[in-house]
Design a protein around this ligand. Structure first.
Ligand code: NAD
Ligand code: LMR
Length: 345
């Protein structure tokens, strides 16, 4: 059985994500940590008669919160307000990420670390470099969660296809429309770095004129849509909790050695040079300098066993152009995260 720690558990994402994890049959202990005391959330969740045992830890108890954790999920940090980019969050959230990873690397160095906080494109490098600095060079257990982009792509494309939305949390069958066979998303997690990839290319020709381009735009800027609608009250929380849960469940299933077959391409934002087939992905993407990219991964026992590069062979000319446009921004975003750790040395 598995202990999962949520860091940032009192937040807009942390609370609904913790609820979903409390419902998961794969979680035996749920550790809720936040600098804003999460004990209310923990007591509330503990009244649900599922197996996960909830414990809360406040700001001085990070070490206890992490003790024995097999999976650590991080939605800690500030969200955007209208007019801000994800990159505007870097300074504050990079310090938070570094501080949390400095403890994770000491207390549960073998845990799988799943990063939600923004900007994902730069904070995954912050986490990887913090681990490296403390002597752990293992890219197979640190991943940025980009599942919300995939969820949006599946939802929006399903809407264009006029299918009804049917989703079941906690079962194998997340998407009864089998949208995961139709679309995936690669790249990064900000604007033009988010690249929807059609797995069934003829779909594009079945769409009305302009529909494909507006679909791409909506996936790339879906985050802004929510930020605007929330009018200063933050960014996506419920959809992110669902997307985060969906990704954590993949990881938990792999820890239980359950088959992930049929769940489609599972992308995550990862450090390519540290992974099997990672350099092959870099070659296919046309840049050795591009070290971080969200690409489908194969999970085994909670770790990335290999990068699945097959999707990169199936890109259309338009998708290749989107990759070309994203690469310089992704390189710059990753370097920013790496510099943050090295210049602080
Ligand atoms: P929020 O402000 O509602 O919650 C953040 C929580 O983090 C707060 O409870 C805060 O107390 C806590 N926190 C701050 N510093 C901490 C620390 N050092 N240790 C532990 N907890 C700490 O924000 P939110 O809406 O939950 O968003 C959280 C982050 O997730 C933001 O950076 C947001 O941009 C990002 N996000 C990412 C995605 C994605 O697709 N990856 C989607 C939505 C939001
Ligand atoms: C999203 O895509 O909804 C998140 O990254 C939050 C944001 O700032 O847009």
């Amino acid at each position: 059985m598995v202990k999962v720690a949520v860091l940032g558990a009192s937040g807009g994402i942390g609370q609904p994500l913790s609820l979903l994890l409390k419902l998961s049959p794969y979680v035996s202990k749920l550790s809720l940590y936040d600098v804003r005391d999460p004990s209310g959330t923990s007591v509330d969740l503990s009244h649900i008669n599922t197996i996960a045992e909830c414990q809360s830890f406040d700001k001085d108890q990070l070490v206890q919160a992490l003790g024995g954790a097999r999976v650590v999920v991080i939605p800690a940090g500030v969200p955007r307000k209208p007019g801000m980019t994800r990159d505007d969050l870097f300074k504050v959230n990079a310090s938070i990420m570094r501080g949390l990873c400095e403890q994770i690397v000491q207390v549960c160095p073998l845990a799988t670390v799943l990063i939600i906080s923004n900007p994902v494109n730069s904070l995954v490098p912050v986490a990887i470099e913090t681990f490296k600095k403390h002597g752990i060079n293992d890219a197979s257990r640190i991943m940025g969660i980009t599942t919300l982009d995939l969820v949006r792509a599946e939802t929006f494309l399903g809407d264009y296809m006029n299918n009804s939305r049917v989703t079941t949390v906690g079962s194998n069958q997340f998407d009864k429309r089998r949208m995961h066979k139709v679309v995936s998303v690669i790249g990064g997690h900000s604007g033009h770095t988010i690249i929807p990839v059609m797995l069934l290319k003829p779909m594009v020709y079945m769409m009305k004129p302009g529909q494909y381009d507006s679909f791409i735009h909506r996936v790339q800027f879906g985050g802004d849509e929510v930020v605007k609608a929330k009018q200063g009250q933050g960014s996506a929380t419920y959809s992110m909790a669902y997307a985060g849960y969906r990704f954590v469940e993949y990881v938990l299933k792999s820890i239980q050695h359950e088959s992930l077959e049929g769940l489609g391409y599972i992308p995550a934002y990862v450090y390519l040079p540290g992974l099997r087939n990672g350099s092959q992905a870099q070659a296919k993407l046309g840049s050795k300098e591009l070290e971080y990219f969200s690409v489908p991964i194969q999970l085994v026992n909670g770790r990335i066993d290999a990068v699945d590069t097959t999707i990169l062979d199936k890109l259309s000319e338009q998708e290749k152009l989107m990759v070309e446009k994203a690469v310089p921004e992704l390189i710059a975003n990753a370097k920013k995260g790496q510099r943050f750790i090295h210049n602080a040395a």
